[in-house]
Design a protein around this ligand. Sequence first.
Ligand code: GTP
Length: 335
Amino acid sequence: MIRQAVLLVGGRGTRMWPLTVTMPKGLLPVAGVPFIELQFRLLAEVGVEEVILAVGTDHEAEWRAYADSVTQPSLIVSVEPTRLDTAGPVAALQEQLDDRFLVLNGDVVLEGELTEFVARAPDLPATLALVRVEDPSAYGVVVTSPNGVVERFVEKPPVGTAPVDTVNAGLYLMHREVLERYPPGRLSFEQVVFPDLVEAGELGAVAIDGVWLDIGTSELYLAAHDAIAAGRSRLVQFESGSDPWVWIDPSATVADDAEISEAIIFPGAAVQPGATVHRAVVGPGAVIETGAIVTGESLVGEGAVVSAGCELANSVRVAPGVTLPPGSITFSPPK
Ligand code: GTP
């Protein structure tokens, strides 16, 4: 069993802008549940009791308020005055860390058997969890020897050229001693620590099966809901009550004749009569007015207003609090 985990939740979350202006990425709701709670559910299965949240200063207040509301696991908020990248925040925690602990990226969760991962990890200073994906071209592909030692990484190989389909799942089993090798400051697992370990033959990898949910981009955030709505997640369920699915927070208002499908509607948002929201996210308190269309994996920021006659597509992002005047953005010629 493993007692302790570090969650990396201090990134800028630019790809999920503007939702990440007002909310850290790790707290974005997935079927109504703060994403990070999926990780807690997974970590509980392997006995983790203490989770250290490595956060940045920009969302410190939100993380502290959230941590105060959680009783299990025991949460420690560790704040970096300046961003230390992925390994730097963990190295900075050395004095608080057990000999062996888990590290997780805060925006992905691999719903695999964590107990099996820990049990199968080779006796090496660090071990990566790997997941198999259909198209590895967007990821860091990891090539291992038959005895589970990482031989090399292939970063984002062109489509069809990846030597294997196993990629870094953003979940690591780590011995504290690895971090003691580096001076304090910015440090990257992906760019520095893992390549160093590979060179020394000291990095293990174990492929585990399971649904992999990622909320790093609007496309992936919606795809995570596709998987959950299809009943593929064991950590979170929702009955959409409609096909295709929609996730509507109970405090949002959606008109009966609004057309909503494969959409996430945040608390306090409003979708007015005759508006269309398809494959898009409407942020907290945002308003989609009568006749407006929001689609194409677009993200509407907190409190923004999309007025009548606007048509958003192609991953458009609407900044928090702005009002798009009627008909001001469209991808089709005016009727
Ligand atoms: P993008 O800006 O959209 O790329 O998002 P990001 O800033 O979250 O970067 P990325 O998705 O590459 O980060 C992977 C994980 O590491 C996320 O859970 C981040 O929160 C976390 N992370 C990235 N950089 C830092 C950092 O400097 N400090 C801490 N504490 N976490 C980080």
